[in-house]
Write a protein that binds this ligand. Sequence first.
Ligand SMILES: Cc1ncc(COP(=O)(O)O)c(C=O)c1O
Length: 469
Amino acid sequence: MSANPLAPSWLQPPDDANSLPPAVWSQNVSRAASGELTVAGLGASAIAARFGTPVYVVDEADARSRARGIRESFDREFARVGSSAKVYYAGKAFLSIEVARWMADAGLNIDVCSGGELAVALAAGVDPSRLGLHGNNKSVAEIDRAVRVGLGAIVLDSLVEIERVADAAARHGRIQPVRLRINSGVHASTHEYLATAREDQKFGIPLADAEDVVARIRGHESLAFLGLHSHIGSQIFDTDGFAEAASRLFALHARLLARGPVPELNLGGGFGIAYTSVDTPTPLDEIARRFADIVSTAAAEFGVPVPVVAIEPGRAIIGPSTFTLYEVGTIKDVEVTLPASTGGVAIRKYVSIDGGMSDNIRPALYGADYSARIAGRRSGAGTALVRVAGKHCESGDIVVHAEYLPGDVAPGDLLAVPATGAYCWALANNYNYLGRPPVIAVKDGVARVLIRRETEDDLLRRDTGLAAE
Ligand SMILES: Cc1ncc(COP(=O)(O)O)c(C=O)c1O
């Protein structure tokens, strides 16, 4: 099968459009003898019949094992260099009460970045000393609650926050552990990183100002300085950007040690995952090994002890564990005129599903690429280039920009889009008054609801118009 000229150059027609590349799909997804996609022994059609579509389907054992795996890798590698690691799960990727418990069970801490995320982690019964709070504009009420319940760490992001957190801690008679977020000037995306003196963004304190700012933090008796924090971006495939940020932070870390304790260094999250079969992120145990080498080498260079290193991955833990199951509604073959240099026309098949930018806004927001498979059956048909579109009134409402699917894809087919565990439900919205889909977890052939589907009643309940009548 030759490539469709409308396909991006990275996308080649697959040998088998029913295949489920293991890098993109969770560990317990496979095809049954019938050809149907199954997760942990449960078939896609049984899931659709019971929960409806769209539905986010989490492979529970996969999420738990990724959480445990990354913690064990960092424990092992930092023990090798005579230190230890603290792994935070970045709850912004996806947080529910159950997921917070899975992360705590796996020995992870949890990073939250709003009062709402904090409420979920507390409702899950996570020990507050294992929670960290982020954000460039935490409200006074959010800070007060975090201090009152005894949060393990608050990441300070601005000068005004130093005073707010110090006041709250003094009021509650606590000594609040804090980190300081640094704008290191390093920004990384999938394959590259950019290093400037300062990055033009809203987070953190410029590296050049940090020594004075830490002195200010240390001047407050109600604050305990834990160390510096840096987060250089998301969906990062390599460790070079982390190495650059660590080396910039380390010079400061070493200078700060001359004036008082600096037990930790937080290098943030952002480890990339595979969304399509051509994505090749660095495996997490390899990242752990490189982080331990980077930090221990820098510590030796500056003649200081290897600090406890904290990291905050979200996507790498929950992203690959989940797929979204949709039903195909309509299909159109659209004839597209090719550029004059090539001439002629090509067909792009628009496959419209019963969700879209309300359950996965990442393709519309960042041009993110996803892949897809027919889930209810195996097909022997030749492939066709498709674009998976949503049902919203927006031409940019695309879930998968380009994919080869069996050409007999038809209305009523179930379609699964993998790697939707991170920043999909978390960014879900009610555009066009669509209710947000449920999140279900499947383990050992049993499915249960983590977050139920949002109904029309839910949507109408907050509109005061009916009450006014
Ligand atoms: C400060 C901070 N830490 C951690 C993360 C988690 O990133 P990821 O889910 O890509 O690992 C983010 C994501 O935006 C972040 O802003």
